[in-house]
Design a protein around this ligand. Structure first.
Ligand code: FES
Length: 161
């Protein structure tokens, strides 16, 4: 995932829209400004400072019992899915974006398939993210399937004994 420069998120004093004091806070204490709960700017900051820089807990590895089992997610606007690869049996995470015209490759929250077919123009990927079929591209000069795999995301998985 993309990273961004660190952004300072802590105010030095309560802003003017902080209406939570009401005499209930001790001197020197303050809460987050109420506007932060709905601010689009703060949400963008949180996406850059937290979600794009941290590991995200998504699911439990035990939910993937056979090759092709997948679960799709959309975390702060980033669509991705995790699938159990038939190639090596490992869990892999990919952006849920077809390399052709960016249509979602998987459209259900969960499923099982070792062939992931994009419904838009029929490109297909295997459970390892490799492009296996690209109709009408066989004779396109310079086109190489091996250069159009799904974009891989870093994934860490643990199975507890
Ligand atoms: S967008 Fe997926 S095949 Fe065209």
């Amino acid at each position: 995932m993309a990273t961004a420069a660190p952004v300072k998120a802590t105010p030095s004093a309560p802003p003017a829209d902080d209406n939570t004091t009401g005499g209930k806070l001790l001197p020197g204490e303050h809460t987050l400004p109420a506007s932060w709960w709905t601010s689009e700017k703060i949400f963008e900051l949180e996406k850059r400072a937290i979600f794009n820089k941290s590991w995200l807990f998504c699911t439990h590895a035990s939910r993937f019992t056979k090759a092709g089992d997948y679960y799709a997610f959309n975390v702060v606007g980033i669509p991705f899915f995790i699938i159990k690869s038939k190639v090596d049996g490992e869990l892999k995470a990919f952006h849920n974006v077809c390399r052709h015209r960016a249509y979602p490759v998987v459209r259900k929250e969960k499923g099982s398939s070792i062939v992931l077919g994009c419904k838009y123009h029929g490109w297909s990927y295997n459970s390892d993210g490799k492009l296996t079929k690209a109709p009408h591209f066989d004779n396109v000069e310079g086109f190489k399937k091996e250069e159009n795999s799904l974009f891989l995301l870093r994934l860490m998985s643990h199975l507890m004994d």
